[in-house]
Write a protein of this length. Sequence first.
Length: 102
Amino acid sequence: MDYVTVDSCHSRWVFDAGHRRFRRILKGPGFDEHKAMTEWRPYSQLDLDPNSEAFIVALDDTGTRILRSWRHTGAVCPLCGDTETEELCLGDIAKVGADQGP
């Protein structure tokens, strides 16, 4: 397993670096972790900005299709005011990665 997880204000991003794909687990009241999970989507590159909490997901090799978000920081996120998200154990990552679809 070669997974990278990143928490943002609205979701936990799980990147399967070996297969160059990602999915998101939506967060918030009323979301069941396994029902609020997106399908795997391909990506070309993940850029975690070392000078800020921003990260960019390039969806194509040319970088013309991108997603941009911000990671939670500190005890209280300055962007959404929520507290830092909980840790994700290896068993939880295995459950997220268990769906090895196309």
